[in-house]
Design a protein around this ligand. Structure first.
Ligand SMILES: *Cc1c(COP(=O)(O)O)cnc(C)c1O
Length: 373
């Protein structure tokens, strides 16, 4: 300890927040973290932290209503849809979706565009008949199969898509013209750009990429899909019950909803999802333009399928990966290591990543390539 009681390393860490390119849990907007800090011990004069309040209290019930209202406003979600604040991550939804929705034909269609849609399909196979409408697996998930090649089943209970593949860095916004409800895993793209919710039967998203801290999963589900499923379903997984009981079938993730509500306010202050979309497109284009014009780096994804959120890239010399990561960390650019299934590097540029972070990354990439060339 120093004489003033501050451990030097703690002091230094507090002064310099790094640019964190983690795919999730990801960076949160600094004003949100500051507000959490400022009211952490004593929420609105109640003499207790928001973490210590009952979910049945007027304060928490009000916070849930406020968060739902803000999310509905940000994404123009109509009253035809229920908004649920659940737990278990996107991964539990891989099971909850088939358990709730695979109940007429017992068949579901899945589009494979990367690691996450594969996982979703594999989980669903345990509950019914899964058919793969199209897949880019053989080519290594570098593109999205063209719509004309999708073999959709008109009797499927739903069609599942993953509009942003967090690991492979593939993103798309087109959908087939179908009456089958479309279910989308939007964990890493929700709130990053405008979204027409009415094209979907159900949208789900783990919060820890673009929404808030881990522990919260958003489910936006069209009410006509809420018919009670078989009684054998665990209560916590029943969308109809969660909708009836305002996501409080058991103790819900109160702190994560409180923090998500602050993130929603921050997005409103940025100008909503339209402004977020412009910023995100700008940040991504800047990084892709740099990568495409530098021989030392390579992004393998087809240009029209490139994600605004997750940008994988490889170095010309793989043996330099460890050096690259060590030097990046020393330059306060954190978590650039790619997913182990893909290798190389990945920069995740969610809403909370400022443009200054992208500029700092590009400066580092430029410098590193010049020194190694
Ligand atoms: C992160 C992620 C998941 C897994 O989320 P968990 O909250 O860890 O279950 C699923 N799908 C996508 C697209 C993701 O980005």
């Amino acid at each position: 300890m120093q004489p003033d009681g501050e451990v030097p390393v703690v002091q230094a860490a507090r002064e310099a927040r790094a640019f964190n390119f983690c795919s999730g849990p990801a960076m949160l907007p600094e004003p949100v973290l500051q507000q959490i800090q400022s009211e952490f011990l004593n929420y609105r004069g109640l003499g207790a932290s928001v973490m210590e309040l009952s979910h049945r209290s007027d304060t928490l019930v009000g916070l849930f209503e406020e968060a739902e209202h803000r999310l509905r406003h940000l994404l123009s979600i109509s009253s035809d849809y229920a908004v649920l604040f659940l737990q278990g991550g996107a991964t539990l939804q891989f099971s909850a979706v088939p358990l709730n929705l695979m109940k007429v034909s017992g068949q579901a269609d899945y589009l494979l565009t990367g690691a996450w849609s594969e996982k979703a399909a594999n989980e669903a196979k345990r509950f019914g008949e899964v058919s793969i409408v199209a897949s880019d697996a053989e080519a290594g998930y570098r593109n999205v199969p063209a719509l004309e090649t999708w073999r959709c089943n008109p009797n499927a209970d739903y069609l599942h898509v993953t509009p942003n593949e967090t690991i492979h860095g593939v993103e798309f916004t087109f959908l087939p013209d179908t009456t089958v409800p479309v279910v989308a895993d939007m964990s890493s793209t929700i709130l990053s750009r405008p979204l027409d919710v009415s094209r979907f039967g159900l949208i789900y998203a783990g919060a820890q990429k673009n929404v808030g801290p881990v522990g919260l999963t958003l489910v936006i589900v069209r009410r006509d899909l809420l018919k009670a499923p078989e009684l054998s379903l665990p209560s916590l997984l029943r969308y109809d019950l969660q909708a009836q009981q305002a996501s409080m079938v058991n103790t819900p993730p109160t702190f994560s909803v409180y923090a998500a509500n602050l993130v929603f306010q921050w997005i409103e202050a940025q100008g909503g999802v339209e402004a977020m979309g412009r910023q995100n497109q700008g940040k991504a284009q800047k990084l892709y333009a740099f990568l495409d014009n530098n021989d030392f780096y390579h992004n393998p994804v087809a240009v029209n399928a490139r994600s605004w959120m997750n940008i994988p890239f490889v170095l010309a010399e793989e043996r330099l990966n460890q050096t690259f990561l060590r030097e990046a960390e020393a330059a306060r650019l954190l978590n650039l290591k790619g997913h182990r299934s893909v290798g190389g590097m990945r920069a995740s540029l969610y809403n909370a990543m400022p443009e200054a972070g992208v500029d700092a990354l590009i400066d580092f990439l430029q410098d590193f390539s010049q020194r190694r060339a």
